[in-house]
Design a binder for this molecule. Structure first.
Ligand code: HEC
Ligand code: HEC
Length: 502
């Protein structure tokens, strides 16, 4: 068996279709089709058990004598049955989600000719949220919330974006990450769920892998060297530029831990048992790859929100963590993510599915410290106070900055230098629409949500906590209506030019 294993893994690597694009930042117009990642890595051909023994020592044990189990008792889930049921539901769910996305958004490939993310992926341009028939962005911008609500004219793309299987929820991992992990681990780590696929086209996601900047190493620029930092390479990449404590923290951030969908037991959503998920699987290189989940902070399920992974760049400048829960330290958020958020806030689940003990003095301090030294990407046109250096900025950018602080009102909640105010705001979106169910996600009052930083904002589409806004143009139209700014077309394009400088 020993000699057969490497051969077996090599075979999996081929079976799993582990190929890397020649250009990792190549932009393909995935349109409305779901990603084709090939078949999931097949289960290992070890013998398993279909059920409890039907006879013991030759004595038949009838079904009525088998334990029915308490919830959480020894045998609770029949993997094959669970898988078959969910796989049968998958095409219907995906068709529904694809129809929703097509109805809401223009998903065509419109890369910017000049504006790119740090490592070169072009920004997608243009307003992608579709207008209700008979309206223009100018006409909507001049209407009051009551008028928009009464006439049912709030663009559907501004409503909550559902998870593709909102009732089931869970973490859905970005396809480029899945492929890269399969490749790096010869198919051993496969985060492809059998029950639901990632839904947004790659052109609307951050570049992959993203650049990584450290406050401790402004001399080095992007420290990732173009690689996805994982358990396979973190030591080689960082052994001469991090302290031993930081290295241990980083090791923990790239080490998978069991989670609701990704674990070693029958109640999982991968074909093969899975070691779990690592912090840097979603927060790729300390930034984000666009993987999403259902935020664990609320019940019932329709009021839980889809959560697009936020970037951790510059997280040291934040005072509260999580969109609603306002954890006060990175340490608290780190422990909470792995112990409760990974399990939908159900404290009994980690006891069944496994969890990682994070030692507070040796490991947590390092994990938190590595997050705190993640820096924003450079913004060469900003001065020491985070304002535009007028000698370097264009006329449009300067006008955009004036609008940001003036008529557009953005600075009221996104003040420099880090374009975040560290409080929650209630945007009262319910002024614009009647409560409605969108594929099991309830679009209703959303309540206060934490302001997100706008530093480096062009690098982290899609926007808003659930990713409902695909481009910065969408975000400008959204806030123009929500704040009643009444910006002209020219003013919107100046504001966009300014956002690109951040
Ligand atoms: C499946 C993807 C995923 C994984 C894995 C993940 N996160 Fe997150 N993370 C998120 C999402 C989504 C949020 C936003 C949650 C919210 O809005 O309440 C978040 C929020 C955070 C925040 C708060 C950021 C802010 O701006 O408020 C921190 C800090 C964080 N995660 C750290 C971690 C650490 C540490 C781990 C590993 C223990 C981890 N995350 C694992 C997706 C993920
Ligand atoms: C009343 C406070 C407030 C004002 C004013 C405001 N914002 Fe925001 N902004 C927020 C909050 C809160 C969020 C996070 C909302 C969420 O995710 O649910 C946000 C999120 C964003 C995002 C998405 C960030 C991300 O990482 O997903 C963008 C882009 C943005 N704002 C741009 C603007 C612009 C441009 C203006 C001015 C036209 C503006 N905001 C004015 C409070 C505000």
């Amino acid at each position: 068996m020993k000699t057969a294993l490497p051969v077996l893994f090599a075979a999996f690597a081929i079976l799993a279709g582990c190929t890397r694009d020649n250009d990792p930042n190549a932009v393909t117009d995935a349109g409305l089709t779901f990603y084709d990642l090939g078949p999931p890595s097949p289960p290992l051909p070890y013998p398993g058990r279909e059920g409890p023994p039907s006879s013991i020592d030759g004595v038949p044990i009838p079904p009525e004598c088998q334990s029915t189990g308490f919830p959480g008792a020894d045998q609770h889930v029949n993997f094959n049955e669970l898988r078959a049921t969910l796989v049968a539901q998958k095409p219907g769910l995906e068709a529904t989600q694809a129809a929703l996305l097509a109805a809401r958004y223009d998903l065509s490939n419109q890369p910017s000719a000049s504006v790119t993310m740090f490592r070169g992926k072009p920004i997608q341009v243009g307003i992608r949220v579709k207008l209700p028939p008979g309206t223009t962005w100018a006409s909507l911008g001049s209407m009051s919330p009551d008028e928009i609500r009464a006439a049912k004219l709030f663009p559907p793309g501004f409503l909550a974006l559902p998870h593709p299987h909102h009732a089931a929820g869970g973490q859905v991992i970005e396809p480029q990450l899945i492929n890269e992990l399969r490749l790096q681990t010869l198919g051993f780590r496969d985060l492809l769920r059998f029950d639901i696929d990632f839904d947004l086209p790659q052109i609307f996601l951050p570049e992959f892998p993203p650049a990584m900047f450290l406050t401790t190493h402004p001399d080095l620029g992007d420290v990732s060297q173009g690689q996805l930092v994982t358990i396979e390479n973190y030591y080689e990449l960082f052994k001469f530029i991090m302290t031993p404590k930081q290295l241990e923290g980083l090791r923990m951030l790239v080490t998978p831990a069991p989670e609701q969908e990704f674990n070693l037991i029958d109640d999982r959503r991968t074909d093969r048992p899975s070691l779990g998920i690592a912090c840097f699987d979603c927060h790729a290189n300390g930034h984000t790859d666009g993987s999403f989940l259902i935020i664990s902070d609320n019940r019932p399920q329709p009021q839980r929100r889809r959560g697009d992974t936020p970037s951790l760049r510059g997280v040291a400048n934040q005072q509260i963590f999580g969109s609603k829960r306002s954890f006060m330290t990175v340490e608290d958020f780190t422990v909470f993510e792995e112990r409760t958020a990974y399990f939908d806030d159900d404290l009994s689940q980690p006891l069944k599915k496994g969890f990682t003990m994070i030692d507070p003095t040796f490991q947590l301090v390092g994990m938190a410290e590595v997050q705190r030294i993640l820096n924003f990407p450079p913004a060469p046109k900003l001065d020491l106070l985070g304002r535009l250096d007028t000698r370097l900025a264009s006329a449009a950018e300067i006008r955009g900055e004036q609008l940001f602080h003036g008529k557009a009102q953005c600075a009221g909640c996104h003040p420099p230098p880090y374009y975040i105010d560290n409080v929650l705001h209630d945007l009262h979106l319910e002024r614009f629409y009647d409560p409605q169910l969108v594929n099991c996600a309830l679009a209703t009052a959303e309540g206060p949500v934490k302001t997100t930083t706008l530093r480096g904002i062009k690098e982290s589409p899609p926007y808003f906590h659930d990713g409902r806004l695909l481009t910065l143009e969408d975000s400008i139209e959204f806030f123009n209506i929500v704040l009643g700014d009444q910006l002209t077309t020219g003013e919107k394009s100046d504001l966009l030019a300014f956002l690109y400088t951040l």
